[in-house]
Design a protein around this ligand. Structure first.
Ligand code: GLN
Length: 538
């Protein structure tokens, strides 16, 4: 029978519940256990797909096309736990199910209520992952203890222990132990208050993970244990990581969290902990031999998490190449033909990530032109491919008004246009071309050199595509279409042969990169950037 770990957060938001959950998942996997991971989000959107990146950060896309919370990106980068749409539920999605059932008469005349109907539905979401082959299901509860919206989730996980037995559940609570400069002290009161709140609703946490800027002295830890009614060894200090988030599992292991979990849940099948490759990866990160500066030209650069997986994938590629990464975040609206050369003067690579709508597109096009004409490595992702196509049409084909119909519906040269099956779509949510699709790679291209395969699969999230009517013209002028859908109908990858590395993809390869296994295109893009850095220096 699968065991369950529930991760909640208290005191403030943004303590890193996702990273904590992912790190616990990694430790358990590295002890030979089969883990599944999920996040339950208390907000009312059915999924984050309709939310602005400013509100929510990146939307993380899974193979099955689910648009999910960015914490699932942490799960995938840290663990091998398979993810699908059952791994992220929101209150909106849960109510949608309940209301559909109600309309069908499934509740047989009952009054439908938060307890038991909503809580039953939440428990059902958790049970879905607990298949017989799984050792541990880790369920992260979004939001903060005390939020009105989170109440049904906390009630559901409280009940869950009654259903499956207390010995099969472990409650991990993430909390903050702030340092007050004026008092020169670490403060444990907020942690006590947050645990009190949990205990009031019937949940006694088993483990407290205390986020802190400073070391928590033993006596303070003992005090937390006493006041919060947890074992002393279960008060885990989690100091801020200045170097890398990938250090979190190591400090947890140093605090013997894996041992505690294995013991408390009776996971007798667990093997010894092996973190060798993870430690090696961190070691490489600490001893870089090169330095590269990559400009990320996007619309949401002010939001730390809007391009989360892109930043992570750049990091992974840099670990592979032993390079220190400097990211220059360029607000695309600040770029134009006059400013581009000075803005991009010091960079070794230009990356244009995904995005929507016309704002900032001219700046992206100007940046791509600069990269193309000055032999600076360029990598375009999704909207980045569309902008590269627009740029090539405008400046190489000489079609001055070429554009995407997303930016200018009246353009005389719609080189990027809405896909046919998208034209009938009226509902916004969950209706893009989403999830994993195969792509056929042309031999003797940069795409082929990276993937070393003729058929690959990547995740997608878009409505627009390169307009097939312009393919002959684009190709005749030197643009190589190095990847298409297997039937050839949609352009998936474009590149330029007479350039050190100029490649753009319609998919989102950033969703398939791991710190110990960089995504091939990111890897080769950074490889080209390292070469560029050496040339320009020397
Ligand atoms: N807005 C573009 C489209 O829908 C690109 C989407 C993206 O970059 N994810 O096709």
């Amino acid at each position: 029978m699968a065991k369950h770990i529930f991760v909640t957060g208290g005191v403030v938001s943004s303590l890193g519940k996702g990273l904590t959950s992912a790190s616990i998942g990694l430790l358990l996997e590295r002890r030979g256990l089969k883990v599944r991971m999920q996040k339950l989000d208390p907000y009312l959107n059915v999924d984050p797909g309709t939310m602005s990146p400013y509100q929510h950060g990146e939307v993380y896309v899974l193979d099955d096309g689910a648009e999910t919370d960015l914490d699932l990106g942490h799960y995938e980068r840290f663990t091998n736990a398979p993810l699908d749409r059952d791994c992220n539920y929101t209150t909106g999605k849960i109510y949608q199910t309940i209301l559909r059932k109600e309309r069908k008469g499934a509740y047989r005349g009952q009054t439908v209520q938060v307890i038991p109907h909503v809580t039953d539905e939440i428990k059902e979401c958790i049970r879905k992952l607990a298949t017989p082959d799984v050792d541990v299901v880790i369920t992260e509860i979004g939001g903060t203890v005390g939020d009105i919206e989170a109440m049904p989730y906390l009630e559901a996980i409280r009940q869950f222990a009654l259903d499956v037995g207390k010995a099969n559940c472990l409650y991990v609570h993430l909390t903050l132990v702030p340092y007050l400069k004026a008092a020169g002290e670490l403060k444990t009161k907020p942690t006590q208050a947050s645990v009190r709140e949990l205990r009031q609703i019937g949940i006694q946490p088993d483990v407290l993970i205390c986020r802190t800027e400073r070391e928590i002295p033993q006596e303070e830890r003992d005090k937390i244990a006493l006041f919060c009614n947890v074992e002393r060894r279960a008060v885990i200090e989690e100091k801020d990581k200045e170097f890398s988030v990938y250090e979190v599992p190591l400090s947890m292991a140093a605090n013997r969290l894996d041992e505690l979990i294995v013991e408390r849940l009776g996971l007798v099948q667990a093997g010894p902990l092996n973190l060798d490759d993870w430690k090696k990866m961190l070691e490489r990160m600490r001893t870089p031999e090169h330095e590269v500066t990559i400009a990320l030209v996007g619309k949401y650069v002010r939001h730390r998490d809007a391009y989360k997986s892109v930043y992570e994938s750049l990091d992974h590629a840099c670990i592979y190449h032993n390079a220190r990464l400097k990211v220059l975040r360029v607000e695309s609206e600040s770029v134009d033909a006059d400013s581009v050369a000075s803005i991009l003067a010091e960079v070794n690579g230009v990356l244009v990530p995904g995005g929507f709508d016309k704002r900032g597109v001219p700046g992206k096009v100007a940046a791509i032109r600069h990269a193309r004409e000055n032999a600076i490595p360029f990598f375009g992702i999704c909207l980045g491919l569309q902008c590269a196509t627009i740029e090539f049409a405008q400046n190489v084909l000489g079609l001055a008004d070429a554009n995407s119909t997303e930016c200018n519906p009246a353009t005389p040269h719609p080189v990027v246009a809405m896909m046919n099956e998208q034209r009938q779509v009226t509902q916004i949510g969950g209706t893009m071309r989403l999830g994993a699709y195969e792509c056929k790679i042309k031999p003797d291209t940069k795409a082929h050199a990276a993937y070393k395969a003729v058929l690959i699969s990547e995740r997608h999230r878009h409505r627009f595509e390169v307009n097939n009517e312009y393919r002959p013209q684009l190709e005749a002028a030197g643009l190589v279409i190095s990847g298409t859908t297997p039937d050839g109908a949609l352009v998936e990858i474009i590149e330029l042969p007479n350039h050190p590395w100029f490649l753009a993809v319609q998919c989102h390869p950033e969703f398939k990169s791991k710190p110990t296994q960089p995504q091939p295109l990111f890897r080769d893009f950074i490889g080209a950037a390292v070469a560029h850095a050496h040339q320009t220096k020397g």
